[in-house]
Design a protein around this ligand. Sequence first.
Ligand code: IPE
Ligand code: IPE
Ligand code: MG
Ligand code: MG
Length: 297
Amino acid sequence: MFDLKEYLQRQREIINKALSNSILRFCPSDILIKPIQYVLLANGKRLRPILCLAANSIVGGDISNAMPAACALEMIHTYSLVHDDLPALDNDSLRRGRPTCHVQFSESTAILTGDALLTMAFEVLSEAGLQAPVAIANNYLKAIQIISKSAGCRGMIEGQVLDLAYEGIKIQQTELQHLHTLKTGALIRASVEAGAIIGGGSKEQISHLIDYADSIGLAFQVVDDILNVTGTPEHIGKAVGTDAARKKNTYPALLGLDAAKHYAFSLIDRALHALSFFDTDTEPLRAIGHYIIERHR
Ligand code: IPE
Ligand code: IPE
Ligand code: MG
Ligand code: MG
């Protein structure tokens, strides 16, 4: 039987090793290396790189080709957390079970650490493309386009802009879905899509994987909203009750806790359905779908 815990543990280990090596290679700064290691090598779930590697594997790709993209995705995600926690954004002081970057170091250090991680991600990606055989190099170019789009004004940044703009304003479910899809869903979709593209997936395979990713991406943020209500700082490694305090628009606030949970379950059902297209081993992606809904952190 497929052992999810063991699988996640193993994937996290290889991803952490690759991230650690990337920092040493790409950050010669004696000063900045400390906060970069502090935030990037912290206890994150590594969902985006794990998804990237799993999508690569389901289409028959080689993990060594996908690993640089997996690392780049985690760098972008981690930068987004460092900036999200800044006083000007969510003003949080606990992340991944530790003081946030601006609390541990300084606000200027947190801004520059985020800048460095975002830039490093594209150094890692472009270098991997340049070093790869021609066919894979072209896939890397496509992956860079997808990842950059998902992280910017047509994705995560627009989501963050809306998240802040809507604070204290009551929006409807259509707008909330749009916000969550951009803020969190875009990078999750890009993780799956980039992994599948680098693995040489067909158009049809990629289209089913995108359906899967869009559903789990939205479910992931719905669960994040729920854990902000029902979780404890010890479990989730960040403060709780903060969404309500800041009058954020969330699924539990809009629908109530039970309906929000029910909605997240229905999204995971939809995601699993999208996998029925594949006759290769779907177990890791299926298990990740279950994990997203059952997680306590
Ligand atoms: C937190 O992401 C922010 C969201 C986009 C919901 P994760 O819950 O993946 O955070 P880490 O990487 O495990 O710390
Ligand atoms: C974070 O969303 C999304 C990004 C960093 C892009 P939230 O602000 O809702 O996530 P947490 O609760 O701080 O992790
Ligand atoms: Mg936020
Ligand atoms: Mg936040």
